[in-house]
Design a binder for this molecule. Structure first.
Ligand code: 1CP
Length: 345
């Protein structure tokens, strides 16, 4: 039921009695129970494509910390995988793909087996919508076309996404085709997640911060505007959260043009600026530095209160400015959860 989920109330622009919270990458390597299941599954991808394991991993942080939302356990790179690109996660190296950096390689990709390939993920969503407590919302997600394209073109993670930015400058037409393919496949994937039972959607544009303004508009804003439009044509009411990491002041244009319901704010963005400029536009998630969650102590406590105090007058969901770091002591996550659960606006 929607009405007892604080997370969804906040996304609708209401001010709930208590600030809801969840953490980016709340399921993952900082939890011993996650490491145990990953070992049993064999590899990270085996974990993603095994609905029973992926369901359990999604529930692990909820059982420990009483978050208000669970995020589907999967990865943004299942889309290129489902389109036919090779993908492996190497321990200590992150994702490795065979680069798609010209028209010929792009033409080899296809949407034909998209839903068949992603069926285990849909099964996980369906399991979770039955297993989650009534007051906990389920977030579905995907990577934004630009961010997913950076892995597809470069073949791995990179510091400044230079190969992909170069391709976008040198072979604009082919790059536009790649982005269009990602807009269509990502829209279909997210629509299916809603059909299977997610309550809200988040789209991660983790590498939008390296683009100049015009490129940001073309490769981040416009594709996201289309994805939002495609989803709303089928599900007009599902809340959609955008995370244009590193976008800085460009977040304002991003919100107005894409028409997302809410935004996630990264660590580098000032909370007083967010309070004055963003909270009047839409609900906000954010934005504790994940490194503070590693270091803990008085500095962590102070930063948590700083964020809560600055954003309490608006629709705020407490979150991190980026994902939890594997070295994070779970007791620090517990400490932050307890502060938020006891905080009075
Ligand atoms: O077990 C392991 O060693 C794998 C670590 C891991 C995990 C736990 C990866 C590899 N992906 C995930 C799960 C994941 N990824 C989730 C669901 C879990 C949760 O949030 O609780 C989500 C939402 C993601 C999203 C994701 N994957 C993003 C966007 C968010 C962000 O962190 O910026 C990105 C960029 C990825 C790519 C990715 N997946 C994994 C790695 C190591 C990477 C590369 C990161 C990089 O290039 O730095």
């Amino acid at each position: 039921m929607t009405n007892n989920k604080l997370f969804l109330q906040t996304l609708k622009g209401q001010q709930t009695e208590r600030v809801p919270f969840w953490f980016m990458r709340q399921a993952g390597r900082y939890l011993p129970e996650y490491m145990a299941l990953r070992k049993e599954a064999g590899s990270f991808l085996d974990l993603c494509y095994n609905p029973d394991f992926a369901t359990e991993v999604t529930l692990q942080p909820i059982k420990r910390f009483n978050m208000d939302a669970a995020i589907l356990f999967s990865d943004i790179l299942v889309i290129p995988h489902a389109l036919g690109q090779d993908l492996a996660f190497k321990v200590g190296e992150g994702p490795v793909l065979t680069p798609v950096d010209n028209l010929e390689k792009l033409k080899a990709l296809s949407m034909e087996k998209l839903h068949q390939h992603l069926n285990p993920v849909y099964q996980t969503v369906s399991n979770l919508s039955e297993k989650l407590p009534n007051n906990v919302a389920l977030i579905g997600f995907a990577g934004a076309p630009w961010t997913v394209a950076t892995y597809m073109v470069n073949g791995r993670g990179s510091k400044d996404q230079a190969e992909t930015r170069l391709m976008a400058y040198q072979d604009r037409e082919t790059f536009q085709k790649l982005i269009d393919l990602l807009v269509t496949s990502t829209s279909e994937y997210l629509i299916k997640q809603v059909e299977m039972g997610v309550d809200a959607l988040q789209v991660f544009d983790s590498w939008s911060g390296t683009l100049p303004a015009d490129e940001f508009n073309q490769w981040c804003v416009e594709p996201m505007r289309k994805i939002v439009e495609n989803i709303r044509a089928v599900y007009p009411d599902v809340p959609i959260i955008g995370f244009p990491k590193g976008a800085g002041h460009k977040i304002q244009t991003y919100i107005k043009k894409t028409k997302v319901n809410a935004v996630s704010i990264d660590t580098s963005t000032s909370t007083s600026w967010v309070r004055d400029k963003i909270l009047p536009l839409c609900p906000v998630q954010g934005n504790l530095d994940p490194l503070l969650l590693v270091s803990g102590g008085a500095a962590l406590e102070k930063a948590v209160y700083h964020i809560l105090d600055h954003l309490k007058a608006g629709s705020h969901i407490f979150n991190l400015g980026h994902g939890i770091i594997p070295q994070t002591p779970p007791e620090n996550v517990k400490m932050v959860s307890d502060i938020i659960l006891n905080y009075k606006r």
